[in-house]
Design a protein around this ligand. Structure first.
Ligand SMILES: [Zn+2]
Length: 463
């Protein structure tokens, strides 16, 4: 159990902590827009100020366009001989567009119906601050943290953490830790604190078919010249068979089935297919026909077309035979698929299926590997117990279909199994208009973070 002064401090400082959250949310730290570089820097400096005020030694490492903030507990605020936990979060946010769909302005935080509404409230500033508030509670009451804390906050997560691998590799000595928490995720369902044992990787590419040297008149040349859009559509359609399986050669060769522990856990999760269908507004019939829905979302790889560019897409008719056609295609990868191997399979498919009359080229936009941790480590138990203590409900093990590249990078480069978790709720509208973070989750998140520090301090590092 947490010391009483910690929980009392956190409950008596809710107003101050909410005000801190408001301040953080007012920075439009949008990483995809260069016009907001100064806002991002100001946001990072603001967080550094909060942490140095608590006695952390802080450092803003210049990195690409948004600095990375490293803040380390000093001997004044943590026992030097205690283990270290690296806590990752990000201070950048998605663009708020379409702004007109927001009930209140995205960078003017507002409380309604028990939640803070603002861009970044749930992804990821509310989580980031909850962890800082937990440290504040220890430092302002007992005077010391139970263990050393190294905060690692980046500002380019929402654009895919480009080149973060280079940063972690070059800073590996500074990032050395005993444990790591990736604080950028959430509950599987309200009342179900969650640890993620797996995340899918991602390969994103553009496939272009070039045909005639210029756009042609489809009346004069249609029937003689192959239409690149038609050819592209046929190729994309050929990437799945009748049963929803991906047809790239060897695509499933390295796929590992989930462990028995996980499969049993998934069966008992509060998940209702009909409710899910209601939420997405359509019957969920994608993916491999013979697989249960959660497996299709979490432990099976996918291939999907995310957009097609070519020809005429303005108002009304224009009879054009396009010079080229491009498809944006992404693949979600699962353990133990490797991006380079999957890309080679994609190239092979393209080489075998490109018809005469067009020339194909593939441009890779991003790649990240899938991530997986064993579901039974002492660190998972420590974090799971802390979440239960804070939220009064059993912690569940789940996976997520999305990609959070940082987890895999920490595991591969720093050789620590990080624990992806967080306090967001599924209906927080992250990346959408009216993003929100429930106050209960924010306050509970600070208690949980405090309990995580206490529990991990007493946990043997699994190696
Ligand atoms: Zn995030």
């Amino acid at each position: 159990m947490l010391p009483k002064e910690i929980t009392e401090y956190l409950s008596s400082h809710r107003t101050e902590h909410l005000e801190q959250l408001f301040e953080l949310l007012r920075f439009a730290s949008i990483s995809s827009q260069s016009a907001h570089e100064a806002d991002s820097r100001a946001c990072a400096e603001h967080i550094a100020g909060l942490l140095s005020g608590l006695g952390f030694s802080t450092e803003l490492r210049p990195w690409r366009t948004r600095p990375i903030l490293l803040a380390r507990s000093t001997p004044d605020i943590a026992p030097p001989e205690a283990p270290t936990v690296l806590v990752y979060a990000h201070y950048d946010v998605q663009p708020p567009d379409p702004v007109e769909l927001w009930t209140s302005p995205p960078f003017e935080p507002t409380v309604r119906e028990g939640a803070v509404y603002a861009r970044g409230a749930s992804d990821d500033k509310g989580l980031l601050l909850a962890a800082i508030n937990a440290c504040e509670a220890y430092i302002r009451t007992i005077g010391k943290l139970p263990m050393n804390v190294l905060f690692f906050f980046e500002g380019e997560e929402e654009i895919g953490s480009p080149e973060l691998e280079d940063f972690i590799t070059s800073a590996a000595d500074d990032l050395k830790s005993d444990f790591a928490i990736v604080l950028d995720l959430g509950f599987f369902a309200p009342g179900a604190p969650t640890i993620l044992t797996g995340l899918r990787g991602l390969v994103y590419l553009e496939l272009t078919l070039d045909g005639p040297s210029v756009d042609l008149h489809s009346g004069q040349h249609g029937g003689a010249v192959l239409n690149p859009l038609n050819a592209l559509a046929k190729m994309i359609a050929g990437m799945h068979d009748e049963d929803g399986r991906v047809t790239l050669p060897g695509f499933y060769d390295d796929v590992v089935e989930p462990s028995r522990v996980e499969l049993d856990q998934w069966k008992s999760l509060p998940f209702d297919e009909a409710e899910y269908a209601e939420r997405v507004g359509v019957e969920p019939v994608g993916g491999e026909r013979d697989r249960p829905l959660l497996q299709r979302r979490w432990s099976r790889p996918t291939l999907g077309c995310n957009g097609i560019i070519g020809g005429y897409s303005g108002q009304g008719a224009k009879t054009v035979l396009p010079a080229s056609a491009t498809a944006k295609i992404s693949m979600r990868l699962v353990p133990n698929q490797r991006p380079d191997k999957v890309l080679a399979a994609f190239d092979e498919f393209v080489a075998d299926h490109t018809p005469t009359g067009v020339k194909a080229s593939v441009r890779v936009l991003s790649r990240s590997r899938p991530f997986y941790i064993r579901p039974d480590s002492p660190a998972i138990t420590a974090v799971g117990d802390a979440m239960r203590e804070a939220f009064g409900a059993e912690t569940v093990l789940a996976r997520a279909g999305g990609s959070v590249p940082i987890s895999e990078l920490i595991q591969r480069i720093l050789k620590i199994d990080p624990i992806p978790t967080g306090f967001a709720l599924p209906d927080d509208n992250i990346h959408s208009p009216n993003e929100r973070f429930a106050l209960e989750q924010f306050y509970g998140g600070a208690v949980a973070s405090a309990a995580i520090l206490k529990n991990l301090a007493q946990t043997k590092r699994n190696s």
